[in-house]
Structures are given as C-alpha cells and as structure tokens.
Design a protein around this ligand. Structure first.
Ligand SMILES: Nc1nc2c(c(=O)[nH]1)N[C@@H](CN(C=O)c1ccc(C(=O)N[C@@H](CCC(=O)O)C(=O)O)cc1)CN2
Length: 291
C-alpha cells in the first residue's frame, strides 16, 4: 500500500483564493480586514513566518501592519503596543509571533490581546470558549489539521483519534476540535506508556511531539490518516515527527513535511482574520472557515 499524499500546500492555496473572494465582497461594503503582526527579536524562522504572513495578507486583499521590536524590548513597551492595536479600528486581527524572548511572560502578553482580535486563538477566553463549545477564535495549526482531516475523511464522528503532544498551541486545541467533531480522542505525551499500541488502534494520528521521525511506520494502523505537525530542522532539511518513508507504506493518507500542515497555518490565520472582521461588523461567520 502507498498512502495518498495530503497536499496541504494546494489546499491552503485554494483556501486563500476563497478568502480573497470574501475580502473582495467585504470591500464592496467599505470594509477592509486588517492584520497586525508583532515580531519581537530576530529569530530567523520567526522572521520568515512573519514575512510570509504579511505577504499573504496583502495577496488576499487585506491590510497588513507589521511591528518589529528588538529582542531587549521591555515587556511594558510590548503591552503598550498591543493596547494601541486593540484600540485601532483598522486592525481586526493581532498576532504576536512565538516564541518570545526569555524575559517576556508569554501568557501576560497573549492575554493582553483583545480576545475578539486574537486571531491565533491563544487568549485564555478563546481557549475556554473552544473547550466549552462556544464561538471562539481557534488556533490556526489545529484548525488547518481539522480542515485537512474533514476533506480526507468526511465525517469524523466515532473515529478513534490519537493526538501525540499536549502543547497549548497544537495538542490541546486539536483534541478539543476532534472531540467537537465527535471523534473518540486520546492525548498522548512523553510519559504515555505503550504509545506504539495506542497508535495501532487509531484511525487518525496527529503527531505534534517535536521529535524527528518519532512515529514509526509499524506503529500505524493500516489505512489510518496521519497528520504530521512536526517541523524539525536538520541542516537545510525539514523533517516531520513521523518517519515518512516507513509510514507511507502503511497509512491510507499522510501529510508530507514540508508542504502538509505548515502552509495551512498561515491560510487559517487569514481565515481567522476574516472571521474576526465579520464578527466585528455584525456579519455572519464566513462559510466553511470556522469549525
Ligand atoms: N503567533 C504564532 N506563533 C507561532 C505559530 C502560530 O500559529 N502563531 N506557529 C509556528 C510558526 N508558524 C506560524 O507562525 C508557521 C510554521 C510553519 C509554516 C510553514 O508554512 N511551514 C512550511 C515550511 C516552511 C519552511 O521552509 O520553514 C511547511 O511545513 O511546509 C508556517 C507558519 C510557531 N510560532
């Protein structure tokens, strides 16, 4: 068996076309969504991501506002900037690129963002809303994984899903989203016993452990759908959390790295910005962009 390749890059490109159409429709009402991206420090990967976010924001017809602060910026200055962005009616979405420099308190910074503009879905109010089934802003990477899974598998109800990783950004919200779609969800992590056996029972595996080639092909149930969230750098190569070369002979469908989940993250950021703009203007949520 050779797994179907889940082409996240193509899916994300289609999603951006749909978003651009919605943005053009808003334009006719005199509304232009605006996304503010804040980058603190000079982490090379973060610089690349923020640049791509700005470029793609403009490509779909939204306004992009970029704020770059030096690594030694006092936290109070960052909080003051967030306060100004919260109050700015041209800004519908705010993101602070992670990771932040060590002297910053990540939760204090994230929770200073107006939850209605929190297009990363990291604010504690959005976390609580997602967990209790209310309208929320949903973290971009798990939202992208959910879109890919629904596209591949249709109804996820009753499927057994294993999420490997318990981060606030990916693992926990991913589990919430799968639960919301009535999958039977298990969250595994570094202390989980018998992980290979748990994997072998799963119709869906979402790997977000941050360890290259962690999930082996012989852990995978034949025909399962495997979503690899890992982006591990090895020199100039990117390697996922799944051992792609062995997994592709067992899985039914699998995301590659690169070109799988990664591109969905930015497309979903744009989707969330559109949703935030619609909500701020008393309009219904755009079709198919929210869970
Ligand atoms: N505020 C946030 N910070 C971070 C997030 C986030 O969602 N919000 N996620 C990651 C980084 N990230 C976006 O910010 C991101 C990661 C990866 C990709 C992507 O397209 N990856 C490509 C490969 C790109 C490359 O060559 O490096 C792929 O996997 O195909 C986009 C965005 C942490 N910080």
């Amino acid at each position: 068996m050779t797994a179907r390749l889940i082409d996240g890059k193509a899916f994300a490109a289609d999603l951006r076309v749909r978003i651009a159409r919605e943005v053009a429709a808003l334009e006719k009402r005199g509304i232009t969504p605006g996304l503010a991206a804040v980058l603190v420090g000079d982490n090379p990967a973060s610089q690349v991501y923020v640049r791509s976010k700005g470029r793609m924001t403009q490509e779909v017809g939204m306004n992009s506002f970029e704020h770059r602060l030096s690594a030694d910026t006092p936290q109070a200055d960052l909080l003051a900037l967030i306060g100004r962005l919260n109050a700015d009616s041209a800004v519908n979405g705010i993101l602070v690129q992670l990771p932040l420099p060590r002297q910053m308190d990540e939760s204090a910074v994230i929770n200073a963002i107006d939850p209605a503009k929190d297009v990363d879905g990291f604010h504690i109010q959005n976390v609580g809303r997602l967990a209790t089934g209310q309208k929320a802003m949903v973290p971009c990477t798990p939202l992208g994984c959910l879109m890919l899974l629904r596209d591949q598998m249709g109804d996820l109800s009753g499927k057994s899903a294993l999420v490997i990783g318990r981060s606030n950004i990916v693992g926990k919200p991913m589990a919430q989203l799968l639960l919301r779609d009535s999958a039977t969800v298990t969250i595994a992590h570094s202390r989980t016993a018998n992980l290979p056996d748990l994997c072998r029972q799963a119709d869906i595996i979402v790997a977000a452990v941050g360890q290259p080639c962690f999930v082996q092909g012989d852990w995978i149930k034949p025909g399962a759908t495997v979503i690899d969230v890992g982006i591990n750098r090895a020199g100039d190569r990117l390697i996922g959390d799944v051992d792609f070369d062995t997994a592709r002979h067992v899985a039914g469908a699998i995301t590659p790295v690169p070109g799988g989940v990664g591109p969905m993250t930015i497309a979903c950021l744009l989707a969330n910005t559109l949703t935030a703009t619609a909500r701020a203007n008393g309009l219904p949520d755009p079709e198919g962009l929210t869970p």
